[in-house]
Design a protein around this ligand. Structure first.
Ligand SMILES: *Cc1c(COP(=O)(O)O)cnc(C)c1O
Length: 400
């Protein structure tokens, strides 16, 4: 009990390292073993039955639970200060399992227009097939969101900061409106990570992560997590046990290992992104920079209130159209041109090929996404090198 208490008071760095790592040691191994085992055997039928009925701790089959996966779940649960957590094969599995486990025909969901592309597809393409109504509000129009909630809904789904124009939603304000209406609040915290933002403290009932991004941090494993109230997490876990979107033990191990440095990586990425945003904002080849750490950002004040760091992702629009983007991106030495984000390496790409690959040019324009926009996920490299790299690529545009 005392040990639990002192752990509860530990800082995020200590939790990132130690949480979930206190299980049984296999032959004294200090690291969580990768339990590549589809099932778990027992010496007697009584023991087996007790574990199967949940009367005794123990694993039965890895679609339900697995010790490596359980260690990952415990680490993210503790980092989000949640009552419970469960995990998934990907972020999208976490999101779809949450929505399908908690919603029923006739329910209404209120969300924002700027959710992750895949989430948006669930709202517009799949939920309506099950007679679940979805209202997507302008992401930063808080009174429109409050009005939509007041009209009655089962669940409010938020994401902040958003993709790819890095908008900020006032989570506490929206959660208050949802509470008055008895609606559940779910927040995708992928961009912020628990180091920069803790939605449960701001009034959310559940927090979702694509662990593929910052949590794992090395772009080598897919995974997802849901953390929050135990009764809700239990319902979602039950649905996942049956539909089978479970996290692989090897991926769980890679994510666990990555998470031990989460606080260090995120601090460096916050710092790099801030410095890069300032540099870009002052460069004549750049039309606009989107980063909540800049005082020019439309919701800088909300970001300051609800975040302890502004995150590693920014975006910027170049003067010129998509042709300029095509010229610019390959000139970056220190960036993978790829669809992920939150990795130790810097990643850059246009929304047309990443988050909004499924949208048409007209739809992107309607969402206020400039065609010459570049999403830039700062890695943990030295900020000076990243800035020099961006500078040479920008200067080369005018050099011909
Ligand atoms: C990547 C991402 C997802 C989806 O996660 P996957 O692990 O790719 O399935 C969901 N939300 C946000 C904000 C993301 O960036």
């Amino acid at each position: 009990m005392d040990q639990e208490k002192s752990k509860a008071a530990a800082g995020q760095g200590t939790r990132a390292v130690w949480s979930g790592e206190r299980g049984e040691r296999w032959q004294g191994a200090t690291q969580v073993p990768v339990a590549l085992s589809a099932s778990f055997g027992y010496r007697t039928v009584e023991e087996w039955l007790a574990a199967a009925l949940g009367k005794k701790a123990g694993h039965i089959y890895s679609r339900n639970t697995n010790p490596t996966v359980a260690a990952f779940e415990e680490k993210i649960r503790d980092l989000e200060d949640a009552e419970a957590a469960t995990s998934f094969s990907s972020g999208m599995a976490a999101i779809s399992n949450t929505l399908f486990a908690l919603l029923s025909p006739g329910d209404r969901v209120v969300s924002i227009k700027d959710t992750y592309g895949g989430t948006n597809k669930i709202f517009l393409e799949f939920l309506p097939r099950f007679q679940i109504q979805v209202s997507l509000c302008d992401t930063t129009d808080h009174s429109a969101i409050e009005t939509a909630i007041a009209q009655g809904c089962r669940l409010v789904y938020l994401e902040s900061p958003t993709n790819p124009t890095i908008k900020i939603v006032d989570i506490a304000r929206v959660a208050e409106a949802a509470r008055r209406r008895g609606a559940l609040v779910v927040v995708d915290n992928t961009f912020a990570t628990p180091i920069n933002q803790q939605p449960l403290r701001l009034g959310a009932d559940l927090v979702i992560h694509s662990a593929t991004k910052f949590l794992g941090g090395h772009a080598d494993a897919l995974g997802g997590a849901v953390c929050g109230r135990k009764d809700l997490v239990d319902r979602i876990f039950h649905f996942r046990e049956i539909n089978g979107a479970c996290l692989e033990p090897m991926s769980a191990y890679l994510l666990l290992r990555g998470m031990k440095t989460l606080h260090l990586r995120v601090r460096q990425q916050n710092e790099n992104a801030m410095r890069i945003a300032e540099f870009l904002a002052s460069h004549r080849a750049v039309e606009k920079v989107f980063y909540p750490g800049l005082s020019s950002h439309q919701n800088h004040d909300i970001a300051r209130r609800q975040m302890s760091g502004f995150g590693g992702v920014l975006s910027f629009a170049l003067h010129g159209g998509f042709e300029t983007v095509k010229k610019f991106l390959p000139r970056l030495h220190y960036a993978n041109l790829a669809a992920n984000l939150g990795a130790v390496e810097t990643v850059a790409g246009p929304p047309a090929t990443t988050s909004h690959v499924e949208s048409t040019a007209a739809e992107r324009a309607a969402s206020g996404i400039p065609e010459a926009l570049i999403r830039y996920s700062a890695g943990i490299e030295d900020a000076d090198d990243l800035i020099a790299d961006l500078r040479q690529a920008l200067e080369s545009l005018s050099a011909k």
